[in-house]
Ligand binder design. Structure first.
Ligand code: APR
Length: 273
């Protein structure tokens, strides 16, 4: 996997990674983790979702009450966009770290690229585009949702009536955590447990602007090694032992390789994996 196009591992990072054998590793990811798969982030790059849409119009309970057709169409478009995307070598490396070293994966992302790369038990702090539920009775739909209509996939149609719940007749809403909503306490507690136990924490592709997720990094124990992977400065806050200015696809794969576990080919047909 190591070719000349990839940046060499900085000496300081190599020192940190070879300083000890890590028993508990956690990969904590944000939208930047999926950027190399073509999924827009929220705040970086020109196509950041919050540059093209207002969170208060799309990602709050009030927005849903005000105009559920607009909100539903947007999330169905995003679901389609993710279904058409592929995991990249970084996702594969994270899945392999989990299989080879029992690494935990905690993500703010609502896509399923970690899972499609082979990871299991991924802790989704902000929910998922693939776990819709009834806004009234909170039960999942009786049948899996069909793919969104073509017009929505091609963003020609901006409004789509959400399906109704076969259990109670309520409207099915996206299974994501909106601004102003509480995160699932059980998932947060599991994430805290993972990060608190970690001796190596990889913080990948997050701006560290949205709490409480962003504050999870700070529960890492004092002697844990914390490495940030983010091509841009101004990412996650808190103590970082090393900030590597590379993309997730390169950084996670290189670090996993460095942890000296041969990376077997992963199942996804991601380019170069
Ligand atoms: N590889 C790694 N990091 C990247 C890449 C890349 N290829 N491209 C961009 N980044 C970094 C950016 O520099 C930025 O710091 O990813 C980060 C993305 O930040 P945000 O868009 O703010 O995403 P995130 O931190 O996940 O947002 C947190 O905000 O809108 C809510 O619920 C939403 O989960 C989301 C939360």
């Amino acid at each position: 996997m190591n070719d000349d196009t990839e940046p060499p591992l900085p000496d300081r990072l190599r020192q940190l990674l070879s300083a000890r054998r890590f028993e508990h590793i956690t990969v904590f990811s944000g939208a930047g983790m999926s950027a190399d798969s073509g999924i827009p982030t929220f705040r970086s790059g020109d196509n950041g979702l919050w540059h093209t849409h207002k969170p208060e119009h799309m990602a709050t309970p009030e927005a849903w009450k005000r105009d559920k057709e607009l909100v539903w169409a947007w999330y169905e478009y995003r679901r389609h966009f993710v279904m058409a995307a592929q995991p990249h070598p970084g996702h594969c490396a994270a899945a392999r770290l989990q299989q080879a070293l029992g690494a935990a994966i905690v993500t703010q992302n609502v896509d399923d690229l970690h899972e499609r790369a082979g990871a299991t038990d991924v802790l989704h702090l902000h929910g998922s585009l693939f776990t819709p539920l009834c806004a009234a009775c909170h039960r999942p739909p009786a049948e899996p949702l069909p793919p969104p209509p073509l017009e929505v996939q091609q963003q020609q149609q901006q409004r789509l009536m959400p399906p109704t719940c076969q259990h109670c007749g309520g409207y099915i809403r996206p299974g994501v955590v909106w601004f102003g909503e509480n995160l699932d306490e059980a998932i947060v507690n599991q994430a805290i447990e993972c990060i608190r136990r970690s001796d190596l924490l990889l913080v990948v592709g997050t701006s560290g602007l949205v709490h409480p997720a962003a504050s999870l990094v700070s529960v890492a124990k004092r002697n844990a090694t914390i490495i940030e992977i983010n091509p841009e400065p101004g990412g996650a806050s808190g103590r970082m032992d090393f900030q590597w200015r590379v993309t997730a696809a390169v950084g996670v794969a290189r670090i996993a390789q460095m942890l000296n576990r041969p990376l077997k080919k992963c199942s996804s047909n991601a380019p170069g994996s």
